[in-house]
Write a protein that binds this ligand. Structure first.
Ligand SMILES: [Zn+2]
Length: 371
């Protein structure tokens, strides 16, 4: 009997410890560094694991061998390993023909006249050749044993409207859709749409008023996602994506992502409040929107944009250097988790200051769902 009481006591203590050990699941977006030695990478990844990061969305090139090397080290450090590779945005390369790039409403190609910035080379989502390129790219990476999942990014059209916080940076007032930022008006897209709808979109004065034209383009992206999902799942791997917040409040409107229709294993909305001139509480609103739009069926990891130099934030004009300062991080994590997020994802662990890590450590130990 004494032994039994002792056993029950041990079990009780064990289960209490388990409760105390609760931690918010955390991922991190990470680019490079490829020039580090294996030992240096191992130390870096172990440090991240110790700080509370569970998995990486790791960005490098298109070479499967890169991911084999880095993945092995990440897995060795106890991290999940997802490969983060842009989808529709592809720098010109010998495998891609110029005519596969998207065309804006003024007839200009994203190949040699991209919108906003020189790297905005977006492909046309109608072309089967584009799909085949993507299928081969992601298929070859999913074949790497160390890869847990394929993480899609830039799986969208170019921003037809920029996030409000970026208007000053680019000197733009985007009060409506303008043709130079509106894609894709290539012959294939125009003809395919005409066949389905009977509408010649090139003869329409204001295409932004044609709901079918919007839906046609949401569906082009959705179809790519759902076809890729079948192929990646057949290889026994996960597939997930970074998306704009929403889907309805932002993502559909500005980048044509109807992500509540995507057959993914997880979704990582980039809930970067500073880009929308919003405070950290707003992250809770968009998290709730996403969780409800996907009917609580797909885990939503709330993407948090970290301010790398918190002391300079107020004097900093470039929104790319804004983001959550340490005192906002706890609010952002709480707002995400209380509104149904499955966890969070940091952009990026490398931008976190010591003060961020202190606040982070406090916030991820709270079980927000335990009521
Ligand atoms: Zn097109």
């Amino acid at each position: 009997m004494k032994n039994l009481t002792f056993l029950l006591l041990v079990l009780l203590i064990f289960s209490c410890n388990k409760l105390q050990e609760y931690k918010v699941p955390v991922y991190g977006w990470l680019s490079g560094p490829r020039d580090l030695t294996d030992q240096e990478l191992k130390d870096k990844f172990s440090d991240m694991k110790n700080k509370g990061i569970d998995g990486l969305m790791y960005q490098a090139d298109h070479n499967p061998e890169t991911y084999r090397r880095i993945g092995k080290i990440a897995k060795g450090a106890g991290l999940e390993f997802h490969t983060w590779i842009p989808t529709m945005k592809q720098s010109p390369n010998p495998k891609l023909k110029q005519e596969w790039y998207a065309i804006n409403g003024k007839g200009e190609s994203a190949y040699d006249k991209p919108a906003y910035v020189s790297y905005y080379n977006f492909l046309c989502p109608s072309r089967e050749e584009v799909y085949q390129f993507l299928s081969e790219l992601y298929g070859s990476i999913a074949d790497v044993e160390e890869v847990d999942g394929i993480h899609l990014d830039y799986i969208r059209f170019p921003d037809v409207i920029l996030a409000r916080g970026l208007w000053d940076k680019y000197g733009l007032v985007m009060d409506r859709e303008y043709p130079e930022y509106d894609y894709c008006y290539c012959d294939k897209c125009v003809n395919d749409f005409k066949e389905i709808s009977g509408i010649d979109i090139k003869s329409v004065e204001d295409p932004s008023q044609v709901q079918e034209w919007k839906q046609f383009r949401y569906d082009l992206i959705t179809n790519i996602i759902n076809r890729l999902a079948v192929e990646i799942h057949q290889k026994g791997k996960q597939i997930n994506a970074a998306v704009f917040p929403g889907p309805n409040s932002v993502a559909k409107k500005i980048v044509r992502q109807e992500w509540d229709k995507w057959n993914l294993d997880a979704i990582y909305p980039m809930n970067y409040n500073d880009f929308y001139l919003e405070g950290p509480e707003w992250i809770g609103d968009v998290t709730k929107e996403g969780v409800e739009a996907t009917h609580h069926k797909i885990p939503i990891y709330s993407g948090l944009f970290i301010c790398p130099n918190p002391e300079n934030k107020t004097e900093e004009n470039d929104p790319e250097n804004h983001g959550l300062i340490p005192s906002e991080l706890g609010t952002a994590i709480r707002a995400s988790m209380e509104n149904g997020a499955a966890g969070i994802c940091l952009f990026t662990p490398g931008r976190m200051t010591d003060a961020h890590w202190v606040e982070f450590d406090k916030a991820i130990r709270i079980n927000y769902t335990a009521k």
